[in-house]
Design a protein. Structure first.
Length: 135
């Protein structure tokens, strides 16, 4: 049930043979994202449980879930971009139906992220699911 944008990421990862190339691609995705406005980097948007500073600013408009985000770590910015590909544009009711562990596993992220980064990704996914459930 992944979004087309996420399927594009999966296809790119399949094309990139080496994990170093995939890692660089994730970082490049983060660099390509617009930075989050500093006014939105507040305690209410900060994600606890991440080794780096992470902010997610979710929005629900006309039943569609989107979010912007930022981090002080380039790899984490890239992971935010991956999550945007997975979740942004879904109907808010469909956010909870996404099995993030399975979908992210398709990228091989589970094997290549440190325990702290994996915990951070789980914290971001939990924030996304919580906001969507409350909408």
């Amino acid at each position: 049930m992944a979004q087309e944008a996420f399927e594009d990421i999966v296809e790119t990862f399949e094309f990139l043979d080496d994990w170093e190339d995939r890692y660089r691609h994730v970082i490049d995705m983060g660099k390509a994202m617009d930075p989050l406005d500093d006014a939105l980097k507040v305690p209410a948007t900060k994600v606890d449980g991440c080794a780096s500073q992470v902010w997610l600013h979710p929005k629900v408009e006309q039943g569609v879930f989107t979010f912007d985000g930022d981090s002080d770590a380039m790899i984490v910015r890239g992971l935010i971009a991956v999550l945007k590909g997975l979740y942004s544009g879904l109907a808010v009711a469909d956010v909870a139906k996404v099995d993030a562990a399975v979908e992210l596993g398709r990228l091989g992220l589970n094997e290549h992220l440190s325990a702290q980064r994996s915990n951070g990704v789980r914290a971001m996914v939990e924030r996304i699911r919580t906001v969507a459930a409350a909408a």
